[in-house]
Design a protein around this ligand. Structure first.
Ligand code: GLY
Length: 330
């Protein structure tokens, strides 16, 4: 499998406090914090996993027009959901091993309202259905056919999510896979996005087609509040990407927000979240996990471990190991 191409490091600058979006900056070293004065709060600001430039530009457009962080994160991640060339989110996502594209998403606002859809087919924008679950129902999660039915009731159109490209690749996969579910490292480019608006309110969104060629019905961390995403408007927000099973086990995003509550910076909290997962998987080197976080002051952090990097190496070499790089965009 082709190794993921990660964002090259450059200096973070003063992301998010400029009047124009700073789209291509990411952290230079994992321990380098966003430099702000102790009293100054950076807002508005938006960060997202990976190098989804168009998504963060869209969110920034909303924020810079005085839009809410909730509107910003929804609009931002919708860009990736609509991109047929992104095979890990929305339309064009890789199917499960039966050839069905099933989508997961969740959203959370400043008042701890949240909504999620799990394993939903035929709807191009699961994040918007998740928002409808949050705003129009007494529930937090709708799954499968129920989520799809609800989406139609809310006016969403039926859409074929399986593109020719994804179908062709799935057919190739079937020839050699023996139908085995492999924890594949290249299929976890979940978009998680966190934003603070000009009122200082935080919201987050997370959306994915999940692990490529997963077992039918499999759901990862991305639509699970606390795992793939968590926001506490008093403290900050966090969101995850990578092998969802590992993030669920540690309730990763909630953990990171709680670590920030206890005084850790977003960067320290993300590093600790990754460290805990690696410790539980000593000797294993076949997975990828990443978190990004923002605190109430607008300080940001991000940390990712890549395949081929064991806990032992992590403990011994720490940040010197090239497999650990910052990977988020602001
Ligand atoms: N993090 C995406 C998934 O595991 O489904």
């Amino acid at each position: 499998m082709k190794r993921r191409k990660f964002l090259k490091k450059s200096s973070l600058s003063t992301a998010g406090i400029l009047s124009a979006p700073v789209l291509a900056s990411c952290k230079s070293e994992p321990k380098t914090e966003t430099a702000i004065s102790p009293t100054k709060t950076i807002k508005p600001i938006v960060i997202c996993t990976w190098n989804f430039l168009n998504a963060s530009a869209k969110a920034w457009e909303v924020l810079s027009n005085s839009g809410s962080s909730l509107d910003a994160v929804e609009a931002g991640v919708m860009v990736e959901e609509a991109d047929v060339n992104n095979q890990t989110v929305g339309v064009g996502g890789r199917p499960d091993r039966e050839g069905r594209v099933t989508l997961d998403a969740c959203i959370m606002d400043k008042d701890a309202n949240c909504g999620a859809v799990l394993c939903m087919e035929n709807i191009a924008h699961p994040i918007s259905v998740a928002r409808k679950v949050m705003e129009e129902t007494p529930h937090v999660i709708l799954a499968g056919k129920g989520a799809e039915l609800f989406a139609y009731q809310q006016g969403f159109e039926k859409t074929n999510l399986l593109t020719e490209q994804s179908k062709k690749e799935w057919e190739e996969w079937k020839k050699t896979s023996k139908y085995e579910t492999i924890i594949n490292i290249e299929n976890h480019d979940t978009i998680g996005m966190l934003a603070i608006d000009e009122n200082g309110d935080i919201a987050g969104a997370c959306t994915t087609s999940g692990m490529g060629y997963k077992m039918a019905g499999r759901v990862g961390d991305s639509p699970i509040i606390g795992a793939g995403l968590f926001v506490d408007n008093e403290v900050g927000g966090a969101t995850a990407t990578g092998v969802g099973e590992e993030v669920v086990r540690t309730v990763g995003s909630f953990l990171i927000v709680e670590l920030m509550r206890q005084g850790k910076s977003p960067q320290e909290a993300c590093e600790e979240g990754v460290r805990r997962i690696m410790k539980k998987n000593e000797g294993r080197e076949d997975f990828q996990i990443g978190f990004i976080a923002v605190n109430k002051k607008g300080e940001t952090g991000g940390y990712c471990v890549h395949p081929g990097f064991t806990y032992r190496e992590y403990s011994e070499k720490g940040h010197e190991n090239k497999s650990v790089e910052s990977f988020y965009q602001s």
